[in-house]
Design a protein around this ligand. Structure first.
Ligand SMILES: NC(=O)c1ccc[n+]([C@@H]2O[C@H](COP(=O)([O-])OP(=O)(O)OC[C@H]3O[C@@H](n4cnc5c(N)ncnc54)[C@H](OP(=O)(O)O)[C@@H]3O)[C@@H](O)[C@H]2O)c1
Length: 329
């Protein structure tokens, strides 16, 4: 997520731009185009170092120099290996005054998913669940529709439209038969991903029936059991263990992954400290009994070791409460 602003030589706002889609022109290009001749002798302020390589678009450094920009202020250098300070060096060598580090912490937070993918090869993991006031994600019979209200479900679809993939465990497919599409459509069409070690997935379900319309990836230790899914258009990948799955999703350049449950899969992700960001909808309802809680797995023994969220915020979401926060690492 990159934004850029051009100030003219008098310091007045002359143009703004942002990187609108992968493969499309970068933020600087939009801002310089908006500024036109007013960019000459002016200042470019941008959240990430301008690129200096031919990727899907020409180098931004060329556009900056062509526009006659005198000063460039960037929040942070770009760790992408083909840039990595090279853009700043090109600009300095051409006599442009370059400053780095304005609002750097904010820029790092803004681009945390991108930076994690570059650093670790794993996507940024969002965990989402809806639970009752007594901490259940389903009744004791496994029924979970619907815990949260309409406004919360609208927010979930908005969130889905911002991610590259949505991951659920096989238990959720067996219990809920989810479709996992974005309705109404968002900026992205996330791949729908299921993890089933056994390969025991339903013959007839919504994911399999729509696998040709929106991509479905199934990770399993038993691909032979899922030949029907492959024949219907799903991509069946042999992989065992959450980390191998995250590595494969990262290799596909998926930056943001949303885990939507259930308890088993979220528990495995929690035990592995794999969750980066939490989106929790708490409904003012109770169901009691032995229904599952959101995060299973082995869990922790000591309260002192509990994962405390940072930057946690709470807001009303219809009749529910939406809690958003980040894993403190
Ligand atoms: N309220 C909500 O937000 C929400 C959201 C989703 C689900 N749910 C509810 O949650 C329940 C399902 O949860 P669940 O815990 O039974 O199933 P789950 O977490 O959806 O799936 C567990 C299954 O995932 C597979 N798996 C592969 N690797 C795993 C790993 N490392 N750790 C754990 N599982 C792994 C296994 O499939 P195989 O057995 O095929 O090997 C395992 O049985 C349902 O009642 C559903 O309605 C509620």
């Amino acid at each position: 997520m990159v934004g850029a602003v051009v100030l003219d030589s008098a310091g007045e706002l002359a143009g703004e731009g942002w990187h609108q889609q992968f493969g499309g022109p970068h933020a600087e290009v939009f801002a310089l185009a908006a500024a036109g001749d007013r960019a000459r002798g002016g200042t470019l302020i941008v959240t990430l170092e301008p690129c200096c390589h031919h990727g899907k678009t020409p180098p931004c450094t060329e556009a900056v120099l062509r526009a006659g920009i005198a000063r460039v202020v960037v929040a942070m250098a770009d760790p992408f290996p083909k840039v990595a300070g090279g853009g700043l060096a090109v600009l300095r060598a051409a006599g442009v005054e370059v400053h780095v580090g304005l609002c750097e912490a904010e820029a790092i937070a803004l681009n945390a998913p991108y930076l994690k993918l570059l650093r670790t090869g794993r996507p940024w993991v969002h965990a989402k669940w809806a639970m009752t006031l007594d901490g259940k994600i389903a009744t004791h019979t496994g029924e979970s529709k619907w815990i949260s209200g309409e406004e919360s479900r609208r927010r979930v679809h908005e969130l889905r439209g911002r991610v590259d993939a949505i991951l659920v465990g096989a238990g959720t497919v067996r219990a809920d038969d989810p479709l996992l599409t974005v309705r109404p459509p968002g900026a992205r069409v996330p791949a729908r991903v299921v993890v089933s070690t056994s390969g025991n997935l339903p013959e007839a379900c919504q994911l399999r029936a729509t696998a040709r319309d929106v991509p479905v990836i199934v990770y399993t230790a038993n691909p032979a059991a899922l030949m029907g899914w492959a024949a219907d258009g799903a991509e069946v990948v042999r992989a065992e263990g959450l980390d191998a799955i995250l590595a494969d999703l990262g290799a596909r350049r998926f930056t943001n992954l949303l885990i939507e449950g259930g308890a088993g899969l979220l528990g495995a992700a929690f035990d592995a400290s794999a969750i980066d960001e939490f989106h929790v909808f708490i409904a003012p309802k109770l169901v009691g009994g032995s229904g599952p809680s959101p995060v299973g797995g082995a869990g922790l023994s000591r309260m002192a070791d509990s994962l405390a969220l940072s930057r946690a915020s709470f807001e009303p979401s219809g009749d529910d409460v939406y809690l958003h926060g980040f894993a403190r690492k």
